[in-house]
Write a protein that binds this ligand. Structure first.
Ligand SMILES: [Zn+2]
Length: 72
């Protein structure tokens, strides 16, 4: 959503002009919002990757311990 800076009406993404007062909407603000959202998503993915790596490491260690305990 792009909030009109003149009247506060929320316009659909990609809109060039406000549907209420026909003021030109600031495309830069929309880009900044998208950039912030992308940054947050990337951070979330990075944490998910770390979590998966830790889980994978724990599973591998458990498998090694299990195999060693049965072989010895
Ligand atoms: Zn407006």
């Amino acid at each position: 959503m792009i909030t009109c800076q003149a009247c506060g009406t929320e316009n659909p993404p990609g809109a060039d002009f406000c549907s209420q007062c026909a003021r030109k909407l600031d495309a830069q603000t929309q880009e900044e919002i998208l950039r912030t959202r992308t940054a947050h998503t990337t951070t979330g993915l990075a944490w998910a990757r770390v979590a998966y790596a830790v889980i994978a490491a724990v599973v591998i260690i458990l498998v090694i311990v299990f195999v060693v305990a049965h072989v010895l």
